[in-house]
Design a protein around this ligand. Sequence first.
Ligand code: CTP
Ligand code: MG
Length: 254
Amino acid sequence: MKEKYSAVVLAAGKGTRMGRDTEKQYLMLGKKPLLVHALETFQQCELIHQIILVADQAHVAWCREAVVEPFGLNKVTAVLAGGKERYDSVWNALSYLVSAESRINSSEENGEYVLIHDGARPFVSVPMIERICAEVKTKKACVAGMPVKDTIKLVSAGGVITESPERSMVWQAQTPQAFSLELIVQAFTKQREEGFLGITDDGMIVEKQMKVPVFMTVGSDQNIKITTPEDLVIAEAFLEAFFCKKVVDRCMGS
Ligand code: CTP
Ligand code: MG
């Protein structure tokens, strides 16, 4: 059986918490727009068949002209308009993936998987994508994440700590989150009937709606989501460190 992996890269958010005029995914990070970093990594990963980019309606054409074409992202088979909330954007991409239009060039009927990724996470890596692709084949629903480093407290509206969960059991969810296409479409279809109140990631929808386990896959501490201005400072520092490492590796002949 030949597996087919599609990546959905989300870039239809407004970036409110970044507080800039330009949406955070289009700000420059190093020499390219922030969004391009993740797209290039999915493009480089040989397991990925196609990339669906989801952008704000007003930026769809711009993304084709200023992101997809100049950066040679020829695995991007569609640039779609997103919706008001993140789950609306994901739903648009899932609807496209099950539509006849996306199936014109698809002969494989078996083992279809989708990796949903925040375009605001520039440091997803090829090994991380390979790892989650390998795991989702048998597990059907996998969420990238890392164990937390700090102790986490649950706090009531009045500011009182109500619980201190055992740290070894607390993980921070990241993306990509990978699912069997059929499973995630079913989960979203059910959740839509109920409404999306309190839903903050795609894994949650499968946890709530489907009677299947959702597995944690090791992500990375570098796989941060750029949310506030501080995150941009960290991202620039990571880029510089990667660049220095490349220079050192080259000088050392590795
Ligand atoms: N996203 C999306 N469609 C939406 C909302 C979010 O495609 N309606 C995307 C964002 O572009 C981002 C990812 O989902 O890549 C994670 O969302 P988040 O970090 O919350 O980004 P924003 O919603 O843009 O930021 P904010 O919540 O601060 O406005
Ligand atoms: Mg948001």
